[in-house]
Design a protein around this ligand. Structure first.
Ligand SMILES: Cc1cc2nc3c(=O)[nH]c(=O)nc-3n(C[C@H](O)[C@H](O)[C@H](O)COP(=O)(O)O)c2cc1C
Length: 179
């Protein structure tokens, strides 16, 4: 299976990066092919809504999306990784998803699978509610299939998550991927 993993935290050694690392480790051990895109460390511009892509098929921006798009198109599974920022996804991840717009028709109905990995300081029953609904709505719209959501509450710092079982859960998600 081909995985495209999109991380989005500016903390290279942060909590959400650890979940991504562990899922990737499990997936690679089972022979899956992984492309990782660390959005926070790439040059990316937000969608301008100019609709240039509707006329030319290409986004007006020339930036790191050009590296990501081929891997998005060929992915069997897209893994979205985000810290919780004001009850939603990070701006870095939202920027990437908004830029799906230029290739929407190719992504929609392409039968891809999707996973969401997220971390947060809080762990109330509503902490991840808005993020999860947003993720599920995007996946529903694209007609992709959600195959897993890992929401790591009480994980505001690296030490919190290292002392939790979430890294092991992420590893097992990677290990248990099926075609
Ligand atoms: C701008 C910002 C907004 C945040 N919003 C929330 C929030 O709404 N709820 C919450 O529980 N934690 C929130 N946090 C805490 C982070 O989600 C948490 O520290 C997370 O572990 C950071 O992940 P990272 O290490 O991968 O960057 C926020 C942190 C920042 C910097």
């Amino acid at each position: 299976m081909k995985l495209t993993v999109i991380t989005s935290s500016p903390h290279r050694k942060g909590t959400s990066a650890l979940l991504a690392d562990e899922l990737i480790r499990g997936a690679k051990e089972c022979g899956h092919e992984v492309f990782r895109f660390d959005a926070a460390f790439e040059s990316l511009h937000p969608c301008l809504g100019c609709d240039r892509c509707a006329n030319t098929g290409h986004c007006i921006h020339q930036d790191a999306m050009e590296q990501l798009i081929p891997h998005l198109k060929e992915a069997d599974l897209v893994v979205f990784v985000t810290p919780l920022y004001y009850f939603g996804m990070s701006a870095q991840l939202k920027t990437v998803i908004d830029r799906f717009y230029a290739i929407n028709q190719e992504l929609m109905g392409s039968g891809k699978k999707a996973i969401l990995l997220a971390t947060a300081y809080d762990n109330k029953d509503w902490t991840f509610r808005a993020l999860e609904v947003h993720y599920q709505t995007v996946i529903h719209y694209l007609q992709w299939k959600n195959i897993g959501v890992l929401l790591a509450g009480d994980c505001g710092s690296r030490s919190d998550i290292e002392h939790s079982d979430y890294p092991q859960k992420a590893y097992e998600m990677g290990k248990n991927l099926r075609e």
